[in-house]
Design a binder for this molecule. Structure first.
Ligand code: SF4
Length: 436
């Protein structure tokens, strides 16, 4: 069989690196994907979809679309970015670091705002980390050492399907040789999720009361007095959970959007980090955000190296400014502060509030994405590109900030550009237009 091994899955932040892909004898067609979860396998197989769009399409006045060349698409994209006073360049989480870097050169030349999907998910975690730092570790360390595993406001059974089998709950690690029997799993979630059904301890917290429960844990660690019930949890359960955490050899706290986007936002993460620090008085503890898109972490890294800030970077004044709430995509769209929208490697049409999506649909706009999405349906121009991690390689960062080089498995359809190649065309046009 014609098998490509050690393929990286370009879907979620777990960035599984053990996939095998079976190809036809001529190496052109993907026949089967092994070891991936259903979502990851589907993403890779989707690159072979019969109805895949392979050329840019421009929306016409009457709502129909017309096929145009990549050169024409690059000219249109450069024009809307150059003529805008403040273009928003959003997304970047489902592409390689190399493409992100070319995109940032365009943003610098046109004075744009570069923002990624953290703006609607783990942006509050990044703000907390800037405030108080973060005691973290790699997924490998957690797999080998952690005997107390906490999932706070996240549901990996659905959102990161192989996280539990590869890193957090089931694998046998160096100091966790009995797999799941070596670990106690805690889930803090208002819902009885599929992850909660596997937990040893499920604290069914009242919605939006994370800050209170995290504070109560800090009190319980010190053996001090708690009210009878905190955040819907009786105090005995809180003392019991605190003791069980303290008695572990290594505690890892994974947290998701249930805590980053609920009442308290970055303050929830501040105190979750304080809980982790407190636990280090009794045992070893670390904390890690469950990042969603496969390279949202990489986008934060590349923005961080280049401008010092991981999202919401405003380059419109010729220097990098950062002020989430002011320079974040939804706030800019709500206040009518941007006059062109460029989207790459994400789907605000599916994830932003309706009012923001409506604004995008009214502005000069382009969406660069291999798929047809709600965003491509509202943007004036859709530029389909090759799938990163399937048809072109590139550097991606896993949720624990470990960079992993993704692999090319098959060629893209003939004549199709990668997003990096298309961005280079746009950059050349922008330079001509700006005379730089
Ligand atoms: Fe891909 Fe995530 Fe599934 Fe791993 S868990 S195979 S990275 S979608």
């Amino acid at each position: 069989a014609n098998i490509v091994s050690d393929v990286i899955c370009p879907f979620c932040g777990t960035l599984c690196d053990d996939l095998e892909v079976e190809l036809s004898d001529d190496g052109k067609k993907i026949l089967e994907v092994y070891h991936a979860c259903a979502i990851g396998a589907e993403k890779i197989l989707h690159s072979q979809a019969e109805d895949r769009i392979t050329r840019p399409r421009m929306m016409q006045e009457d709502g129909t679309t017309k096929e145009i060349s990549y050169e024409e698409a690059a000219k249109y994209t450069a024009k809307i970015l150059c003529y805008a006073k403040k273009p928003l360049m959003y997304g970047w989480s489902s592409t390689s670091c190399e493409a992100q870097s070319v995109g940032h050169s365009i943003a610098e030349a046109v004075g744009g705002i570069v923002d990624n999907t953290a703006t609607v998910c783990h942006g509050s975690s990044l703000i907390a980390v800037q405030d108080v730092g973060i005691p973290s570790c790699t997924l490998g360390e957690a797999m080998n050492r952690a005997d107390r595993v906490v999932f706070w406001g996240c549901n990996p059974a659905h959102a990161h399907p192989r996280h539990m089998s590869r890193y957090s709950v089931y694998p046998r690690g160096f100091f966790t040789g009995k797999g799941s029997k070596s670990r106690k799993v805690f889930v803090i979630d208002p819902r009885k999720t599929d992850t909660a059904s596997l937990a040893d301890v499920h604290l069914q917290i009242e919605q939006g009361r994370d800050y209170e429960l995290l504070s109560a844990l800090r009190v319980a660690f010190r053996g001090e007095k708690l009210p009878d019930v905190v955040a819907g949890i009786p105090k005995d359960q809180i003392y019991e959970a605190a003791d069980l955490l303290k008695s572990g050899r290594f505690v890892i706290i994974y947290f998701g959007m249930g805590v980053t986007q609920s009442l308290g936002k970055n303050h929830n993460i501040d105190i979750a980090i304080a809980v982790t620090r407190d636990l280090n008085d009794y045992t070893k503890a670390a904390i890690m955000p469950m990042r969603g898109h496969y390279n949202v972490t990489g986008s934060g890294e590349v923005l961080g190296w280049q401008y010092g800030f991981p999202f919401c970077v405003d380059l419109s004044r010729g220097i990098a400014r950062y002020n989430p709430g002011e320079t974040s995509s939804n706030d800019l769209l709500m206040r009518d502060e941007v006059d062109a929208v460029f989207v790459l490697g994400s789907d605000p049409g599916a994830h932003f509030p309706f009012s923001s999506v409506k604004k995008i649909s009214q502005l000069p706009s382009v969406a660069i994405d291999p798929h047809l999405t709600p965003t491509t349906a509202v943007c004036k121009l859709h530029v389909p590109v090759a799938f990163v991690g399937v048809e072109v390689g590139g550097c991606c960062y896993r949720m624990d900030n470990v960079p992993i080089e993704s692999r090319k498995v098959v060629d893209p359809p003939e004549g199709m550009l990668t997003d990096q190649e298309f961005l280079e065309l746009v950059l050349a046009e922008v330079r001509k237009c700006k005379g730089v």
